[in-house]
Design a protein around this ligand. Structure first.
Ligand SMILES: *Cc1c(COP(=O)(O)O)cnc(C)c1O
Length: 386
């Protein structure tokens, strides 16, 4: 047997014939850039999460950049960002010449620690970018009160957090200035590459739409639909090129319809892991508190302190199971470490927990057999590391 053929990857997208046919139909229509399907995707999504405006973009990174730009972040400003995230959350702050101020995380949830955030506030602080790590929502009310107390704009990096509710509302709607989802290939739903920005503010939505397409006051589709001469447009700002294409939106429309069923499958897998690992010497991820839901984009276990995490990952791989690490905290990455002259001791929780975390496969197309294989392989890899 070819061992590579039997390898269970850490993550795979859950796409099939329905997505393939929708994309093929979009291609056959001849409209390859942003058009009616991208519009439809925005409308259906806004309705799904109960948000007033949805702006489709070609990545969450683009959406986060547009959101910060639209709320007026500029050079000299400071933006609070958890150190426990992907570099995209911090890099978009830098795009605008502002400074990401990294903040330590809560030891249980690995979400931003608002007490640590409070201690990092200066007169230049303008915004906070909470990340719902692994799909576990940052408490809504605490976040809202914190932002209000310090007069901060809020842009939620919700790349892990679709499709779930927090405090009775879908993530995507609520009090924040903007919320951004990712449709990267391995996220909880996918368009290959893509993202969506939600806001309740007409001003933010308008600005994001304009900046999404070169700072042009009407998008290409409008130019072909409206009664004004089709060649006429005005450039009102030096914008970006962040629009989502119709073939990508076609995939997204199918994935959106399937999103809750895919979430139910991930929840089933998470519950199986929580039960199966309850007797092992590992720390398990917390369930969502009452009233909230966990998107289970990631299932992150923590090995005992002092355990050989890298050796564990190696043994898992040798036994045919892919794993990963989320995240290498940003304060350990050269660019952010050097920019802020940061030391690991300034982030005691993230620095300590980083050495223990391992992300296990949890994608909706996993079979029961594959889930059981992960269960057995985790136990075997722990035993052989003793
Ligand atoms: C994946 C991810 C992003 C970036 O999403 P893209 O759609 O690839 O730009 C941002 N933040 C977090 C936390 C992510 O995991």
């Amino acid at each position: 047997m070819n061992p590579a053929a039997d390898f269970l990857p850490f993550a795979l997208p859950d796409v099939g014939d329905e997505e393939a046919e929708a994309v093929a139909a979009a291609v056959r229509s001849g409209w390859l850039t942003s058009g009616g399907l991208a519009r439809q995707f925005e409308q259906d999504f806004a309705e799904y999460v109960g948000a007033r405006y949805a702006v489709a973009v070609n990545s969450a990174t683009a959406g986060l950049h547009l959101a910060l730009e639209a709320v007026g972040i500029q050079a000299g400003d400071e933006v609070l960002v958890p150190t426990w995230t992907f570099t995209a959350t911090a890099e978009v702050v830098r795009y605008l010449g502002a400074t990401p101020v990294l903040v330590d995380v809560d030891p249980v949830t690995l979400n931003i620690d608002l007490a640590a955030a409070e201690a990092s506030i200066t007169p230049a602080t303008r915004a906070i970018m909470p990340v719902h790590f692994s799909g576990l929502p940052v408490p809504r009310e605490e976040l809202r009160a914190f932002a209000e107390r310090h007069d901060l704009r809020v842009v939620e990096d919700a790349a892990h957090a679709f499709p779930v509710k927090s405090a009775g509302r879908w993530i995507g709607s609520g009090d924040s200035d903007a919320v951004v989802f990712s449709f990267y290939a391995t996220k909880t739903m996918t368009t290959g590459e893509g993202g969506m920005l939600f806001t309740e503010s007409a001003e933010i939505a308008d600005r994001a739409r304009t900046m999404r397409l070169h700072g042009i006051n009407r998008d290409v589709f409008d130019r072909y639909q409206s009664t004004k001469p089709s060649w006429h447009y005005e450039v009102v700002a030096p914008g970006y090129k962040y629009n989502l294409t119709d073939p990508a939106a076609a995939m997204g429309l199918v994935q959106l319809r399937r999103a809750r069923a895919m979430w139910e499958r991930r929840t089933e897998i998470a519950e199986r892991y929580l039960e199966a690992f309850s007797d092992l010497p590992v720390e398990l991820p917390p369930r969502a508190p009452a009233g909230d839901e966990h998107a289970w984009h990631l299932f992150v276990i923590r090995l005992p302190e002092g355990a050989d995490r890298d050796g564990f990952i190696q043994r898992m791989a040798e036994l045919g199971v892919g794993t990963s690490v989320h995240f290498i905290p940003l304060h350990l990455q050269p660019v952010w470490r050097d920019l802020g002259k940061l030391r690991p001791e300034q982030f005691p929780v993230a620095s300590r927990e980083f050495d223990r975390v391992v992300s296990l496969p949890i994608f909706s197309s996993m079979t029961d057999l594959q889930v059981e294989r992960v269960v057995d392989t985790v136990a075997a890899s722990l035993r052989s590391g003793e």
